[in-house]
Design a protein around this ligand. Structure first.
Ligand code: AMP
Length: 214
């Protein structure tokens, strides 16, 4: 099964994508995670991506598309994958469709986790990420077992630069301008499914499983 997760930054699509990956045994591909891993390793790609990420802007399509096409061509993706944070622009969506069409494949579902803007800014201010392994938490809905310390690796968890309130507002604007048009794009392909992302996380997941099938 090949799934795209759509939704504003902070809508909870990453958390849902991880659960989908676990349940259906398919890889979770997050472009944000890939950029952050590159940043941590100090690669050229990481350095270039940081310039955009820190400002709440999108990394240019030419840096993003090849990376994803390489990843989905790998062996572990042959039974499907869940894309989280990609595509984020119409050209990215077209590049994805084209790459899949070349191998006679297409996406199965685009799941939009719908959350109004006013909820997003509040949610993001509670988000915390580990400075070492990148695991993400939320001070209310997914707290760490020990305050300020990552459950997974024991390092500090912090509010990421790109989750700072001013950057969040900018990311939301970018979302509305560049990513929201994908809703119509996938509606036209008849693969768009919308879930109410304001519900508790387990209910959002339940709604997604109903769409994808048990
Ligand atoms: P995320 O963790 O998905 O919110 O991504 C964090 C940041 O990485 C975004 O604000 C963008 O700067 C960058 N990014 C992630 N995915 C993409 C993409 N598909 N296209 C362009 N930039 C991206």
């Amino acid at each position: 099964m090949k799934i795209i997760m759509l939704g504003a930054p902070g809508a909870g699509k990453g958390t849902q994508a991880k659960q989908i990956a676990d349940k259906y045994g398919i890889p979770h591909i997050s472009t944000g995670d890939i950029f952050r891993a590159n940043l941590k390793q100090g690669t050229e790609l990481g350095k270039k991506a940081k310039e955009y990420m820190d400002q709440g802007l999108l990394v240019p399509d030419e840096l993003t598309c090849d990376l994803v096409m390489d990843r989905i061509g790998q062996e572990d993706c042959k039974n499907g994958f869940v894309l989280d944070g990609f595509p984020r622009t119409i050209p990215q969506a077209e590049a994805l469709d084209k790459a899949l069409a070349n191998i006679n494949e297409k996406m199965d579902y685009a799941v939009d986790v719908d959350v109004p803007d006013e909820n997003i800014v509040n949610r993001m201010s509670g988000r915390r990420a580990c400075i070492n392994c990148g695991a993400t938490y939320h001070i209310v809905s997914i707290p760490t077992k020990v305050e300020g310390i990552c459950d997974r690796c024991g390092e500090k968890v912090v509010l990421r630069d790109d989750d700072q309130p001013e950057t969040v507002k900018k990311r939301l604007n970018v979302y509305h301008e560049q990513t929201q048009p994908l809703i119509d794009y996938y509606k036209k392909q008849d693969i768009l499914r919308t879930v109410d992302g304001t519900q508790p996380m387990e209910q959002v997941f339940g709604a997604i499983v109903e769409i994808l099938g048990a």
